[in-house]
Design a protein around this ligand. Structure first.
Ligand SMILES: [Zn+2]
Length: 86
């Protein structure tokens, strides 16, 4: 679902605005509920937020788009950034 919805939204934006927002982080707010609060992809420029998303969902997904994993995901060699225990 995520991939198809992302493609649909990105195509609709391009249809309406051409490449005007290519260099922006694009936020899509959906008025329907989902099993997720939102989603994004690592190393991307978009985030999708569903009805009922919380205040923290925006930065959460934006950080994923900036390639930041969950703190509980563990360390992977492919990760560009990770967390330091303090
Ligand atoms: Zn997450």
């Amino acid at each position: 679902m995520g991939f198809e919805l992302k493609t649909y939204l990105e195509n609709k934006l391009i249809e309406q605005f051409n490449n005007k927002y290519d260099s922006y982080y694009r936020l899509y707010f959906i008025s329907e509920e989902s099993i997720w609060n939102g989603f994004s992809n690592f190393n991307s420029q978009f985030g999708v937020y569903f009805k009922g998303h919380e205040q923290g969902t925006l930065p959460h997904e934006a950080m994923h788009a900036l390639n930041l994993p969950h703190t509980f995901d563990g360390i992977h060699f492919s990760d560009k950034y990770t967390y330091e225990a303090c």
